[in-house]
Ligand binder design. Sequence first.
Ligand code: SF4
Length: 412
Amino acid sequence: MDTLKKLAILSAAAKYDVSCSSSGSDRGKRKGMVGNATLSGICHSWSEDGRCISLLKILMTNVCSYDCAFCVNRRSNDVPRATFTPEEIAELTIGFYRRNYIEGLFLSSAVHTSPDYTMEKLLATVRQLRQVHRYNGYIHLKAIPGADERLIQAAGQFVDRMSVNIELPSAESLQLLAPQKQREHILQPMAQINHGITANREERRTFRRAPRFVPAGQSTQLIVGATTEDDRRICQLAEGLYRRFQLKRVYYSAYVPVVDNPKLPALTAPPLKREHRLYQADWLLRFYGFGADELLDPAQPYLDLDVDPKTGWALRNLHFFPLEINQADYAQLLRVPGIGVQSARRIVAARRMGTIHFEHLQRIGVVLRRARYFITCQGRYYGQAAFDAMAIRRKLVGTSTPAAAGEQLSLF
Ligand code: SF4
């Protein structure tokens, strides 16, 4: 099979993996090397369905010895198969890079023969790119759960980012849909990579020229909507992963109904809106000081599909509002729907110069369409609605009752 045919098969097979954002590496040009991984050298573009398309995103192989029910590449699925050699991937990458087609490589793989065999081939590929082709651009590599930790350690010295896919939110779901995968085989390399990153940071404080280890950090991907876990469970899991392993990102991938299997929900389309709300909630966990148990609780285990998670939280916690713009502290301002990190900072800075008037807020970057219901400015409320959750919801989305979130689960 020629390389182009393989490329067609293996780039199509990789499209379900969404964890390919390339932010975080700041390595510049190096003498005698090709490319760089600076932010300006790696621009992100997104396809219509929100997938990152700025990297050469391929699988090394889609020949898989596992049979994960949700996956198009599972062993029992009758699809065309192909396998790249490390040399082929290295030549493709450097060739595309020189022609300016790509800004980096995202390399994943099915489990060919065994985790160790696959990881050895992945390691050979990235080693060849760095040492033979002197490629200095961005590389994001998937670590194969269950592979020997020495292989993962060695690969970490050649790549910018590594990720281990957690795949499903619980060990029970993994057992149901991907019985050959074990939760501990996924968490163990995450812990190893985290430890390697921390140790490398320490080492480089003493020896500035010590080789880097996964300098852009690690991420993971989680499939949403293929199993029964609610959004609360997913947010709790993400929060735990950020805390335990210092992940850069958790990527949420709406389950794309690719297979007909009674263990899977009979969806007609991926739950993209749910995926979007989870990304918003994730943002609140990482940058806005929210905890998973604040955003959702046992009585409200799904994110409101009609409003963003911060607005949903505000509507359930109206006792926290209205906040006076001229007095609320930074952490309180971050809780106001329509006020982001930048606008909260600007408000705090502007208050040092004098009183803020309502007319200033739009220029500061506040989204008044949402914020006006939750603030006062110089003591005056501009909400144009009764200060009541149902009235505010009606103003915001035209209805006073939340949509039935997570509704696709009833199709099991
Ligand atoms: S290991 Fe599972 S998820 Fe990964 S390619 Fe194979 S079947 Fe798909």
